[in-house]
Design a protein around this ligand. Structure first.
Ligand SMILES: [Zn+2]
Ligand SMILES: [Zn+2]
Length: 176
């Protein structure tokens, strides 16, 4: 039995997001500096910023990625309930709606990295359900619980599923 994202919850910080302009502030800020909008308790959320370039998880107040120095924007903010995880023993990939998973998310020493395409699979959240699609550009299959996905095939995901981005790569476990 797999716990939902508890492990990453501790990386989330409380911030306030201005309802008018989406600027992010610490929890003890009460007025938006850009438009004087009042920030109330209801604007408080637990969030992180995920770097779209390297996949690193950052503080929601960070302006640049701590790993690759990419500039982070307000649209890189994610709430706890909008993320799922792909995990091996050594690697965690943070999955958000519409993410395209490809080679850039895997470290150079990842077993079988050369078999992972630049655009290999796409994850989608539709209502409360998560799906994985094998993309047209993928040169190798995706295996979900050892079943091979064809190009453009879409599969509904459940927690504990085992996902592999080619026959030769390490297996991930899905945390929902
Ligand atoms: Zn504002
Ligand atoms: Zn980065």
């Amino acid at each position: 039995m797999i716990e939902a994202n508890k492990e990453i919850l501790k990386m989330f910080e409380k911030v306030k997001i201005c309802p008018s302009c989406n600027t992010v502030y610490g929890e003890d800020v009460y007025t938006c500096k850009k438009d004087d909008e009042s920030l109330i308790e209801e604007d408080l959320i637990k969030a992180v910023k995920i770097c779209k370039k390297c996949g690193e998880i950052n503080s929601p107040l960070s302006k640049e990625c701590r790993k690759c120095k990419e500039i982070l924007a307000e649209e890189d903010i994610f709430k706890y309930k909008d993320l799922i995880l792909l995990k091996t023993k050594e690697l965690t990939i943070y999955i958000y709606n519409n993410i395209i998973v490809g080679r850039k998310y895997f470290p150079k020493n990842f077993q079988g990295r050369e078999y992972i395409s630049r655009e290999h699979g796409k994850f989608l959240k539709e209502t409360e359900d998560w799906y994985l699609i094998r993309l047209e550009k993928s040169k190798n299959p995706i295996y979900v619980n050892e079943k091979e996905l064809q190009k453009n095939e879409k599969i509904k995901l459940e927690k504990g599923f085992k996902i592999r981005f080619s026959r030769m790569t390490q297996e991930f476990e899905l945390y929902i």
